[in-house]
Design a protein around this ligand. Sequence first.
Ligand code: SAH
Length: 228
Amino acid sequence: MLHMPPAEIRIPGDTYRHQGQRKKLVAVLKQKGIGDPRVLEAIGAVPRHLFLDPAFDGHAYEDKAFQIGSGQTISQPYTVAYQSAILKLEPGMKVLEIGTGSGYQASVLAQMGAKVYSIERQKALHAEVRVRLRRLGYRRIQCFFGDGFQGVPSFAPYQRILITAAAPELPGALLDQLEVGGYLVVPYGEGEDQLMMRIRKEAGGQLVREDFDRFRFVPMLKGTENRT
Ligand code: SAH
């Protein structure tokens, strides 16, 4: 059973034009190799233009990353779809996301039926995203302000953890907060681009790693940034 809002619920600011553009984006992602129907359905449902500055309205459904303020970016839809697909998500699962950013990725996961916990280290982005998600009605997402290297221990364990910034190391706290049998997906490395990895935590704490493609993410940084 998917926990999705009924299709007839209209979001203010979402028009038939935007819906049409989303359909085209879904077709582009399919062409680029995204096959998971639940991921495609979620991308087709989440109004990405409402996660961007209105100045980008005409470009929101291009398969591109954009600036979202505080020197950060909303990931390219292909990257969001790719990470969502390799996460092996099932409806109802608890997911911890590191790097809330615009809240778009969190909303895609929520649209796929996940219960999402998301943490952001930039106070200004965190404040903005809370307002946005409340307005859009995504009540299955809880946002936290803090350092993702520490995770969100109060709601652990998580069945899935998704890191959406380039991690220079595998944060031990996150591996501790991952349920046995769970997966952590992370763009790993410090160079210009990073290797997407999926880590499975086995009974006894043993980690099994699978490698995917290379991507470009902004760095995962330690500590918090309090400017609003
Ligand atoms: N998932 C976002 C895009 C991520 S961009 C979206 O859908 O829009 C990466 C985000 O990770 C940035 O907002 C950055 O501030 C945040 N970030 C970087 N290091 C972090 C850390 N240690 N803890 C939490 N967030 C972090």
